[in-house]
Design a protein around this ligand. Structure first.
Ligand SMILES: O=P(O)(O)O[C@@H]1[C@@H](OP(=O)(O)O)[C@H](OP(=O)(O)O)[C@H](O)[C@H](OP(=O)(O)O)[C@H]1OP(=O)(O)O
Ligand SMILES: Nc1ncnc2c1ncn2[C@@H]1O[C@H](COP(=O)(O)OP(=O)(O)O)[C@@H](O)[C@H]1O
Ligand SMILES: [Mg+2]
Ligand SMILES: [Mg+2]
Length: 357
């Protein structure tokens, strides 16, 4: 970027995402939006100390593939970023790496949803259990004890950022349990007439889009062989998988998503996950109309999100205002905001204050 483009008092947003992702989002346009709001957008060089590239007011990233890689070099990169954040507590990170780590682990993510109050409004996560062993007998027992019913869906532990993380299987009977590929999460299958609702969240803004999904499967198909599939061939906007075609005997009666439930999901999950940029996959159970959260993605595709960049800069500005307020408030109250245990206390306190505002 030309030095002259830089507003004299501009604050710097350091960002990192793969070139593939920035091309897909047309990220150059976001640089212009930032400048209009007094920010400069600079791509982080992950190979060099961040101290030499800053100072940064904000770090905005999609580092899922680096965190998930977990090799020596990736660990070094992540350590460097974490050290920078620790040494510069005033820098806002969207989103915190610990929160992203939770979402990279499907088992942890489902546990977060399970422990929210969303159950009170018929929003739930289908019954699930972690499968860590290849011992089929042991796994059958584990599934029974957890209450996971046939058919169930088996998903790799790692949720994002690898080539295998979207390889799934639908398992119909005890014979099929041998097809579980640990480490994975087994989750009861929810019939939903092959409609997936994707809820994209940017801070306080959200948008829902409809996508194709898996057709209904029944326990009575108990002699069936396991079905394996890549979720990206089923649930993208242009997918037309045979697995999404309802049986002729079934009517494609549309389930309806409840806008109030969507609003509650965004309000609740944002604070439980401590995330600003995420997507929630929801299916509506046939007959009961209960809303099942089946997947949560850090920094998803946002395909079909109107004015994404406008909402993104708005999110950056409002998160900065919140973080400045919380730091000032808690420093005034004698908290050391650079101490992570105090930081947790202050965040909990701030959350409780925000609930009443
Ligand atoms: O590429 P897209 O637009 O399909 O976005 C992917 C998301 O699709 P969605 O927008 O929810 O349909 C996708 O969501 P799903 O897990 O498919 O529901 C992931 O978030 C994926 O991230 P990663 O590459 O696995 O780290 C996202 O991939 P990238 O952000 O790496 O492109
Ligand atoms: N519990 C479930 N019941 C019914 N269908 C499901 C369930 N979980 C996932 N699916 C189907 O499988 C697809 C992929 O699962 P998901 O958990 O979203 O993984 P990914 O991270 O690969 O998108 C979903 O888009 C949906 O069609
Ligand atoms: Mg998904
Ligand atoms: Mg996912």
């Amino acid at each position: 970027m030309d030095e002259n483009d830089k507003a004299p008092s501009s604050m710097v947003i350091g960002y990192w995402m793969s070139d593939r992702k920035s091309q897909k989002l047309n990220w150059i346009e976001f640089g212009k939006v930032c400048r209009q709001h007094g920010y400069e957008l600079v791509k982080l060089d992950l190979e060099r100390p961040l101290e030499d590239q800053g100072p940064f007011a904000v770090i905005l990233h999609k580092l899922t593939e680096i965190i998930a890689r977990n090799d020596e070099k990736a660990i070094q990169i992540i350590d460097r970023i974490e050290q920078y954040i620790k040494n510069h507590p005033k820098v806002l990170i969207i989103d915190p790496l610990d929160s992203v780590r939770t979402l990279l682990d499907r088992y942890k993510t489902y546990n977060v949803v399970l422990n929210t109050t969303l159950n009170n409004i018929d929003v739930f996560t289908p019954t699930f259990v972690e499968i860590l062993s290849t011992n089929v007998k042991e796994n059958i027992k584990k599934l029974k004890n957890a209450g996971v019913t046939f058919p169930f869906i088996c998903k790799p532990f790692v949720a994002q950022g690898t080539t295998y993380c979207h390889q799934m299987s639908v398992i119909f009977n005890e014979r099929g349990v041998a097809d579980c590929k640990p480490p994975c999460v087994a989750q009861s299958f929810i019939n939903h007439n092959a409609i997936l609702y994707k809820l994209y969240v940017v801070g306080d803004h959200y948008q829902m889009v409809e996508r194709p999904s898996l057709k209904n499967f029944y326990a009575s198909n108990d002699d069936r062989d396991t079905i394996t599939f890549d979720s990206h061939s089923v649930s993208k906007s242009d997918s037309s998988s045979e697995l999404s075609v309802l049986d002729p005997s079934e009517s494609a009666k549309g389930s309806s998503i409840d806008p109030i439930k969507l609003h509650s999901i965004v309000k609740t999950l944002g604070s439980y996950l401590n995330m600003s940029l995420y997507g929630v996959d929801i299916v509506v159970e046939n007959d009961t109309n209960r809303h099942a959260i089946i997947d949560i993605n850090a920094y998803p595709g946002y395909d079909g999100f109107p004015d994404f960049f406008g909402k993104l800069i708005d999110c950056v500005i409002s998160r900065r205002a919140q973080s400045v307020c919380s730091k000032a408030y808690f420093e005034d109250s004698g908290f050391d905001t650079s101490d992570s245990s105090d930081e947790k206390k202050s965040r909990a306190k701030l959350n409780s204050i925000n609930q009443y505002n």
